[in-house]
Write a protein that binds this ligand. Sequence first.
Ligand code: 13P
Length: 396
Amino acid sequence: MALVNMRDMLYHAYRNGYAVGAFDLVSLDFLEGIMAAAERCRSPVILSLAESHFDYFDFELIMPAVETAARRSPVPVAIHLDHGASLASAVRAINQGCNGIMVDASHEALADNIRSTRAVVDMAHACGVPVEGELGDVPGVEVEDAERHPGKIACTTVDAARNYVKQTAVDFLAVSIGTVHGRMKTEAGLDYQQLEAINETLKIPLVIHGGAGLNDDQFQRLIRSGVAKINYDTALADAAGKQVRTHGVAIHQGGYTELMKGVRDVISAEAERCMRVWGSIDRATELLAQCTPWAPVEHVIIYNVSDISEHEVETMMAEGRRVLSAIPGVREVVTGRAVREDAKYRYTWLVRFCHPAVIDSYREHPAHVAFADKQFRPVAGERISIDYQTTGREST
Ligand code: 13P
């Protein structure tokens, strides 16, 4: 059960002079390869899902696997939405199980970036979820040649960063100081002085996008200057692609599983190389002792109704499932009916919140207030409710 609070994770890295890898994954091979590396290295890790990759996999299908990998792992893991494009995508990601959100409104004018980011921060913080914002623009596209997207690097300035963090209340800041997303042919020129000045001013964990192609020395200088999270994509994708091509030529024939042999291993080897360079190896035990586990809250109600038919109860429950499951921080809404006719209470709600903070934000959410006041409470006078966290779980 090592899904942990990402804020605790990144502050630990920031204070102890190392960086956690946020590895973008697009398939189970990536997920298994990254997790195998983290477990071999006893390293914390961030499983990162980029919204721009959602064409390559079904987000709702992959998330249960990502969450299972995190929860069963002995090392600390966080699950992050990378480059979230809107408030709606941030809500969807949290409700699907992400416990860290990046909102990328860096292409918008500063005032709009601040407004869009603040809206995501307010929503996410009410769910207990930390937020990464981006200021300045890191050009390029993951897994493409950087030269194809030469866009001008809009560097993050100290004054803008101070103002942005104050106004948005983001927990971490992605800075633009010379890195580029995608495949680099030349060495990126990094402005360490600027990074140090931003770090001195903000004193919050900083994030580097466009990790692929940087050398060990560059990584270490970035980490010494306040970088606690490094986003990494293209190099993993290229290692996997190269493995498929070379292996495909070597074997000439064979089906999918044959062709994919070794892919997980090369992804794992590259992730391990990064963890070693970024200093996150052997940090798992100490970090686990210092950070809050990420555990859901079960909000359970058992109740009886008066003066309505069974059909009307069904309709009310269906409406509740629809309305309540859209509230930020709600992972699941399950309704139930007692098996025995003579049960003391006949009906149940189980609403699963991603974090204890949602107990309050859910109660006050207008959609909940309207449903509870107009449709539920008038007919369900007799009820008991409890919010609890599980203290243990066994399954076969
Ligand atoms: P690279 O593809 O250059 O590693 O960048 C990854 C990234 O920044 C994802 O957000």
